[in-house]
Design a protein around this ligand. Structure first.
Ligand SMILES: [Zn+2]
Length: 89
């Protein structure tokens, strides 16, 4: 008994449809990734003011200090130390 070429073709296309159904959806999910990455990049570009020397620095490069839920940003660890000692006195 011989297998006809048409039957092989149908089997192959069925396999292809099954493959697309199983793995095609997974690719659709990953497409939502780049939009999230763009949102993150905008946050990195935010400029923050140093309350000690009043310089503006990019948030990602700034030294941060959280006091009672508020985040303060500084241009250097020196400014952060100065701010901390002023707060205590
Ligand atoms: Zn500073």
């Amino acid at each position: 008994m011989l297998v006809s070429p048409i039957r092989l073709l149908i089997l192959a296309s069925l396999g292809y449809i099954l493959y697309r159904l199983l793995f095609g959806r997974g690719q659709g999910r990953t497409n939502s990734g780049p939009s999230q990455a763009e949102g993150k990049r905008q946050v990195d570009d935010v400029l923050v003011e140093d309350p000690v020397c009043h310089l503006y620095i990019p948030q990602r490069e700034a030294e941060s200090l959280i006091i009672s839920g508020t985040t303060h940003y500084f241009c250097s660890p020196e400014c952060r130390k100065k701010f901390q000692s002023e707060k205590r006195s």
